[in-house]
Ligand binder design. Structure first.
Ligand code: ASC
Length: 229
């Protein structure tokens, strides 16, 4: 049991480190290489898009997925843990919406067409799915009205949908980073420092996803089942 706990802590610290580094990397990317941040319809407003996506939709969603796995929370009430899970996902959802506003607002100001790329299609679909998942999870699992039979039926679907959404977000980040580098870095094909740096950001996000996926799929690290929850 102690061994399992150590293994858990090692992976948790690694995930937090890689997630934190991803946020640092996206900030350095936009602040150092892409001119900074502003809310004025320019490219600097667009820069909020990757920052908010990596911070909220990747990092905060990843933590929200594994909150039930933290052993020191197992004595906390299920309702408290569900509230933290829902709360973190709500913060991530709000940041995701603001990130979309930044991208659309920038397009509209510069009269760039919206919703033509695969990145935009998959990205919009995954934000809509995330909101449906959030509202359904709130109604069924957090509010006290749903019968246990409905909860039991929907739980595997909620778990599957959550991991599918998280994986799709990471895939969408990789297409978005690629798009942005091809649009804005004319020397991308010569492997300049910004290309290496931003490719590394993409790898960090992928590794963060791999760590969260590993942690959440270990049956021995699940919160022990309450007899009545
Ligand atoms: C809940 C809750 C659980 C699951 C379970 C579904 O709301 O606290 O542990 O749903 O009842 O089988």
């Amino acid at each position: 049991a102690m061994d399992g706990y150590r293994g858990f802590l090692g992976l948790l610290v690694s995930a937090l480190l890689v997630g934190f580094l991803s946020v640092i990397f996206v900030l350095v990317w936009v602040l150092h290489y892409r001119g900074g941040l502003a809310w004025d319809g320019s490219l600097l407003e667009f820069n909020w898009h990757p920052v908010l996506v990596v911070t909220g939709f990747v990092f905060i969603q990843g933590i929200a997925i594994i909150v039930y796995r933290l052993p020191w929370t197992w004595k906390c009430s299920k309702l408290l843990m569900k509230s933290i899970h829902a709360g973190l996902n709500t913060v991530a959802a709000i940041l995701a919406i603001i990130s979309l506003v930044a991208a659309f607002d920038f397009h509209n100001t510069l009269q760039i067409r919206n919703m033509y790329s695969l990145h935009s299609w998959v990205g919009l679909i995954v934000v809509i799915l995330y909101f449906l998942q959030l509202v359904l999870g709130f109604l069924v699992f957090l509010l006290p009205f749903a019968p246990p039979s409905l909860r039991a039926f929907l739980m595997p679907i909620h778990v599957y949908s959550g991991l599918f959404i998280f994986g799709t977000v990471i895939a969408t980040v990789l297409t978005g980073v690629t798009e942005k580098l091809i649009f804005s870095l004319s020397t991308y094909s010569t492997l300049p420092p910004e290309g290496v740096f931003t490719n590394t950001l993409g790898l960090l996000v992928l590794v963060f996803g791999a760590l969260i996926f590993w942690i959440v799929t270990r049956p021995q690290w699940k919160r022990p089942q309450e007899t009545n929850s």
